[in-house]
Design a binder for this molecule. Structure first.
Ligand SMILES: [Zn+2]
Length: 186
């Protein structure tokens, strides 16, 4: 029995096709979470020709979770990852991530397998809607930025003028949100 998300299953585990859903409709992150929730063996590693099996697992996992939960979990995972990579994840966020994805090895394997579906010959492209969704920030737990997209960085605890505003990699990855008012002294 593979580790699955803690979310309740909304479809029978035997479901392999899910109405009109196609893998193309899912972002890389969503394919990853679908694989995590699927019957993909925990020891799985890709072999040439596995494409159709991967697709079937992705559809299976998506059907198990339901699209809403799949989208949400993928967004949580993505936002946590960018915060974690920037060393900005809080303990609260780390706990929430571990509770949601109890098997980190499986999550990593699912991520590698998902990426394969978008690469090389037989790659399944990502629909525009899937790409747009993949940029949606969703943070489980309070963020350093308080969801404003910006937070203060203190470079020198003895010098308040050495503070700077940094954009949050989860809520504001491109720094495009209106920033806090910054006075520039020439
Ligand atoms: Zn943030």
């Amino acid at each position: 029995m593979p580790a699955t998300l803690t979310a309740p299953r909304t479809a029978p585990a035997s479901s392999v096709t899910s109405g009109a859903l196609s893998v193309e409709d899912l972002s890389n992150g969503e394919r990853k979470i679908a694989l995590y929730a699927s019957d993909m063996p925990g020891s799985y590693s890709y072999r040439r020709g596995d494409g159709p099996q991967l697709m079937a697992w992705i559809i299976q996992g998506a059907a198990r979770l339901g699209l809403e939960e799949l989208y949400r979990s993928a967004a949580y995972d993505h936002s946590y990852r960018v915060l974690s990579l920037a060393n900005l994840a809080t303990d609260e966020q780390a706990r929430a991530h571990r509770a949601r994805f109890v098997n980190s090895r499986r999550l990593n394997r699912a991520g590698s397998a998902a990426t394969i579906t978008g690469l090389g010959q037989g790659a399944v492209p990502y629909s525009a809607a899937a790409v747009a969704r993949s940029k949606r920030p969703l943070v489980e737990g309070t963020c350093h930025c308080g969801s404003t997209g910006w937070f203060e960085v203190c470079f020198d605890p003895d010098d308040a003028t050495a503070n700077a505003s940094q954009n949050c990699p989860a809520h504001n990855p491109t720094g495009h949100l209106p920033g806090p008012s910054v006075s520039v002294v020439a």
